[in-house]
Design a protein around this ligand. Structure first.
Ligand SMILES: [Zn+2]
Length: 367
């Protein structure tokens, strides 16, 4: 197995599934520039010139199942930052700023290095600009889930929850060891004691990265999984990864607050209404919207205005929107079908059979 395939496999075995990484076509070229272009921008880490940094990159690479030490470039920039570079030639290039190297300890830096390699392993997805506000929201939610997955790779690469958490906190506040005493239990108590009003949480939905307390919380949960214990070679038995993913999903839904829940239930309602109107499920089913209006009737009116072929198109669109929102809403949708006794009817319907197979697969993955 080539290097990158082993990294890919590891990342998919630990990732948070709402990141959509499993759907990314990993064999496509990832960027337009070559690796050497980026490596000429700064100092490339080597055993001769930067032995300690090179040892760190090599240690992380081994923990992430890479045979070769990937190229790392140091950029002269006082802002602590790091990023993975998608390259045309698919090399695992990543960059660290000098500000970051100065700020972090060896173990903390190894967390960041592994996080960036995690981005390579998860794949970079498409660069399509989302066209609607709804698609933008969904893309941002996916981006935040990708960060949580990359953090998991980070933890596997540094093997220290303490180092991972302090790396995140230092990057957030820019302060070094001489100013902050890293006491993770105290930090967790501080997170739990700070009750942010729901209105204050909706801003999170517009961000590409989750807030640091949430990233630390997510890592604490992941460190408890049997999967993490296994890949980090630790003894003992942990929680199932699935139960931790479910708990994390719940934490995210709660943080998104009422607005997220409203968006999700609206999409489930739409999908059901289009299925009723097109005969995908029992056509006498009632689907009530937010203010009690009959959404299935609205869907029927639409189809009689725009012609019978508009129905299947709307079914597909509404189911894709559900998949875009993540696994939570997809599960709610199937639960709702089950409650209505319609699961079998949907699967036997022509409309289901005619859905593109990638969409049917994505729905089944979320079940
Ligand atoms: Zn990242």
């Amino acid at each position: 197995m080539s290097d990158i395939a082993a990294l890919r496999q590891l990342c998919l075995s630990i990732h948070f599934p709402d990141d959509g990484a499993a759907q990314i076509d990993f064999n496509r070229p990832q960027g337009s520039q070559s690796a050497s272009y980026f490596l000429s921008r700064g100092l490339t880490v080597s055993p001769e010139l930067t032995p300690e940094l090179h040892r760190s990159v090599r240690r992380v690479a081994e923990r992430l199942r890479l045979d070769e030490t990937p190229p790392c470039v140091i950029l002269n920039d006082p802002t602590p930052n790091a990023f993975a570079v998608p390259c045309r030639d698919r090399q695992l290039v990543f960059a660290l700023t000098s500000g970051l190297v100065r700020l972090l300890s060896t173990a903390e830096l190894e967390f960041v290095i592994a996080h960036e390699l995690g981005h390579h392993g998860l794949g970079f997805g498409s660069h399509r600009e989302p066209k609607t506000p709804h698609a933008t929201r969904a893309a941002l939610a996916k981006s935040r889930a990708v960060e949580l997955s990359a953090d998991r790779a980070g933890l596997v690469g540094c093997r220290s929850l303490m180092a991972a958490a302090s790396a995140l906190i230092k990057q957030e506040c820019g302060l070094s060891d001489s100013h902050v005493r890293f006491d993770i239990p105290a930090y967790v108590r501080q997170i739990q004691a700070t009750k942010i009003p729901e209105a204050g949480l909706t801003w999170e939905l517009e961000e590409t990265h989750p807030p640091i307390p949430l990233r630390v919380h997510s890592l604490i949960l992941f460190a408890e999984t049997d999967r993490y214990l296994e890949v980090s070679g630790s003894p003992g038995q942990g929680r199932s990864k699935r139960s931790v993913d479910d708990e994390l999903r719940q934490v995210l839904a709660d943080r998104g607050g009422a607005e997220n829940r409203r968006l999700h239930s609206k999409q489930v309602t739409f999908a059901l209404a289009w299925l009723v109107a097109t005969g995908g499920i029992d056509q006498t089913q009632e689907v009530a919207g937010e203010d009690g209006e009959d959404v299935a009737q609205k869907a029927r009116d639409y189809i009689s205005n725009f012609g019978p072929e508009s129905g299947p198109r709307k079914v597909e669109e509404s189911l894709r929107n559900l998949v875009d929102l993540g696994l939570g809403p997809v599960r709610t949708f199937f639960d709702e079908l089950e409650t209505r006794g319609q699961t079998a009817s949907l699967r036997q319907s022509t409309i289901w059979q005619q859905l593109p197979s990638d969409l049917r697969q994505a729905l089944d993955d979320g079940r």
